[in-house]
Write a protein that binds this ligand. Structure first.
Ligand code: NAP
Length: 315
């Protein structure tokens, strides 16, 4: 297949591009203008795409899109979006988080709809932030969205992706949990205090964390691309979410370090503002109901073996 990938320089995108290319697909990266896309040399150094990879130019801000280069695209993997975990969430940052997802997805779907032969499949990133802060409630794809900033962003982001169904594309929104990898995302930020033996639960530690490994995330993109039964929102998480206090204990055990220094919620709120509430203290006990119903076989269903495999060479 000819597959177009947005956000290809990111944590998930880099791994997706490599895997799809190894699978024998023709992978084209959507390339943003100016400094929007990391220089190819840096990408190659990160093990990502190479300068020779075909690209399709697009501007997620204006919607400009090089339709001629996208000719014959069979599928799109849409992962683009400004980083949720970077920078304090002031009004400008929140506007960027929204526009780089909601507006960018609207522009991309509109551009794809105008191609002579639009793609048949779109696999778009989404996030479990869609559910908001939900305590111990088990959340399936049927559960209602939350009401906070990330939940409304998630709802509007998915709605723009779903518009691709109007031109007949099977559209899948992968609601990713916390993607665990030593190459980027949340885990490398957590590791330093844990390695120094000063790691601990965040706030009460009772909040649920729904996670998956990077390999699983890539596996789910492949599964969604290749399986016509997968459609609509899909909870992209391992089947065993854990409370933050259990995540903390297990990470400490894997690293052979004590985890006796809890981080008070007030300190996190002071340091990170609203982001602390949304990303570290809120609780999402997400169940991959659709994947289970489809008989998807998880690569890494349990946290401790998953962390052991990830950190085997990094301890
Ligand atoms: N990692 C997680 O734990 C996690 C959890 C839930 C949901 N997600 C979602 O899954 C998607 C992929 O995650 P990731 O971890 O790979 O993210 P990432 O490492 O932050 O990569 C996102 C990519 O989006 C592009 N991008 C950056 N700023 C942008 C902007 N202002 N406008 C448009 N595109 C921009 C960049 O790729 P190019 O330079 O190649 O354009 C960037 O590498 C994201 O949308 C993320 O929100 C991730």
């Amino acid at each position: 297949m000819k597959i177009l990938v947005s956000g290809s320089s990111g944590l998930v995108g880099t791994a997706v591009v490599d895997t799809l290319a190894r699978d024998g697909h023709t992978v084209c990266r959507l390339k943003r203008p100016e400094n929007g896309t990391r220089p190819d040399k840096q990408l190659a150094a990160a093990g990502g795409s190479r300068a020779s990879d075909p690209t399709v130019r697009w501007d997620p801000v204006s919607g400009n899109f090089d339709a001629a280069s996208a000719d014959g695209v069979d599928a799109v993997v849409h992962l683009a979006g400004a980083s949720i975990a970077q920078g304090r969430w002031n009004d400008a940052r929140k506007r960027l988080l929204r526009s780089s997802r909601v507006d960018a997805t609207r522009h991309l779907v509109s551009a794809l709809s105008k191609l002579a032969r639009p793609p048949q499949v779109i696999v778009a990133a989404a996030a479990i932030g869609y559910y908001g802060d939900r305590g111990d409630e088990e959340l399936t794809e049927q559960s209602a969205p939350g009401t906070d900033f990330l939940a409304m962003l998630g709802r509007d982001w998915e709605a723009e992706a779903a518009r691709a169904e109007q031109f007949g594309a099977r559209t899948v929104m992968l609601r990713f949990g916390v993607v665990l990898s030593t190459r980027g995302g949340a885990l490398p930020r957590m590791l330093p205090p844990f390695r120094m033996g000063v790691g601990g639960r965040l706030g009460s530690g009772k909040q649920w964390m729904s996670w998956l490994t990077l390999d699983e995330a890539v596996g789910l993109v492949r599964h969604a691309l290749g399986n016509p039964q997968v459609r609509g929102p899909v909870n992209a998480v391992a089947p065993n979410p854990v409370r933050n206090e259990d995540f903390t204990r297990i990470l400490g055990r894997v690293l052979h370090r004590p985890t006796i220094f809890p981080v008070p919620a007030a300190a996190l709120r002071f340091l990170l503002g609203e982001m602390a509430e949304a990303l570290l203290l809120s609780s999402q006990r997400v169940v991959p109901a659709k994947l289970k119903a489809l008989g998807y076989s998880f690569l890494q269903p349990e946290l401790e073996p998953a962390l052991n495999a990830l950190l085997r060479h990094a301890v």
